[in-house]
Design a protein around this ligand. Structure first.
Ligand code: PLP
Length: 389
């Protein structure tokens, strides 16, 4: 019998071309099954589950995740997603009028809004570091960021892999320079998990925020916040519940996050199943397949009349996600949560899920390439774009 196609390992509807894994990763069938089994155990005997089992099970799941991305269990907690994690960082960071929080010009919209709100509430302000275009080597990126640092900079917020532009930033070099200058760093890392080799402990950041539904394909609603030792005592949860341990264990800084009121931790407890799934498929095989397909997408979708890509000709600056510039860059940016009409047409006419991103006065098609994606998916997108543009 032939091996099943990787796509059969997911339950993506047959008529859908899903090139949007970077935004919301569909969950593989085996991981869905494990999640449902955990929810079933909770539903059957909530008292036993919450009070006697949950903390031990969470610890076991944390061991696995910690081994996968280089984190000591004492230094991180599960949270719902990267958005939640960044909100904890914002609640924790002491800010005074005149203080500055430095973001790059490639940061995620919700992250910008989180810091805008926090700055408005405290009288601090956001400053922005413009990264080179094309991005170029780590020296230029580090220089561009630290040219925007002042003595009022209280935190640098930087993506490991940028959302609108899909660039892999040199976070290790950025964190090393930040340490040298005494600037704390919060890394926004949801796209890096599984896509990039990662050892969080050795990165030298202060906070690392991530979602696990993206490239790891863990359930939606699973993420983590890693916090360096120096911040752990002062960490502030934006949600207040009982605090402390349900099982009567000694207090830990993570207690506030383990119990946010009664809720279903099945997504967290299924993270080991996602790690097993990817290990069985081969993490390296996933990275190679995804990157090769992203290169194929670049070749098929690039148009002579479009601007050059933001990574120049350095293909190491993207992973399994690639932003291909589109022509007619001055197409008006959709307002608020509205999608670009091209994105709507790709879905409505062709059942293709792919984001059309506006950034820096340019328009990009941002293509995600996971194990279930094929050259035929990219060809279908190329054909549809040829028809619609
Ligand atoms: C760089 C970056 N940060 C944060 C987020 C937010 O992730 P989530 O919606 O899982 O919290 C995303 C989502 O696309 C992202 O790309």
């Amino acid at each position: 019998m032939n091996d099943p196609s990787p796509r059969d390992l997911w339950s993506i509807p047959a008529d859908v071309t899903y090139l949007h894994h970077g935004a919301f990763g569909p969950t593989p069938r085996v991981v869905q099954d494990v999640r449902e089994a955990w929810s079933g155990r909770l539903a059957a005997e909530p008292m036993d589950f919450y009070v006697r089992r949950m903390e031990g099970e969470l610890d076991a799941a944390k061991e696995r995740l910690g081994a996968f991305v280089g984190m000591k269990p004492a230094n991180f907690t599960f949270v719902d997603n990267a958005t939640f994690a960044m909100n904890v960082v914002a609640a924790t960071l002491p800010l005074e009028p005149g203080d500055e929080v430095l973001l790059t010009d490639h940061e995620y919209g919700a992250v910008q809004r989180t810091w805008r709100k926090r700055c408005e509430a405290t009288g601090a302000r956001i400053t922005t570091a413009r990264l080179p275009q094309p991005l170029g080597d780590s020296v230029g990126v580090v220089e561009a960021i630290f040219a925007a640092v002042t003595e009022r900079t209280k935190l640098l917020v930087v993506s490991h892999v940028t959302s609108p532009t899909a660039l892999v930033l040199p976070v290790a070099e950025i964190c090393a320079e930040a340490r040298r200058r005494g600037v704390p760093v919060a890394v926004d890392g949801p796209h890096a998990i599984a896509m990039q080799p990662l050892d969080v402990e050795s990165l030298g950041c202060d906070f690392y925020c991530a979602s696990l539904h993206k490239w790891l394909s863990a359930p939606l609603g699973s993420g983590f916040l890693w916090v360096s030792r120096r911040w752990q005592d002062g960490i502030v949860s934006p949600i207040t519940s009982w605090g402390g341990s349900l099982a009567g264990r000694p207090p830990r800084w993570q207690d506030d996050f383990n119990w946010l009121g009664s809720r279903d931790p099945a997504a967290f407890l299924s993270v080991p199943a996602a790690i097993d799934f990817l290990a069985e498929q081969g993490v390296e095989r996933f990275r190679e397949h995804g990157h090769a397909l992203a290169e194929y997408a670049l070749e098929r979708l690039t148009r002579a009349e479009a601007a050059p890509p933001l990574f120049g000709d350095d293909h190491e600056l993207f992973g399994t996600l690639v932003g291909v510039p589109l022509p007619d860059a001055d197409e008006e940016k959709p307002k608020g949560a509205d999608q670009d009409p091209l994105q709507v047409a790709l879905w409505e006419k062709h059942r293709i899920e792919v984001p059309i991103v506006h950034w820096g006065g340019q328009r990009f098609v941002r293509v995600s390439c996971h194990l279930y994606n094929t050259r035929e998916d990219v060809d279908r997108l190329a054909g549809a774009l040829g028809e619609l543009l």
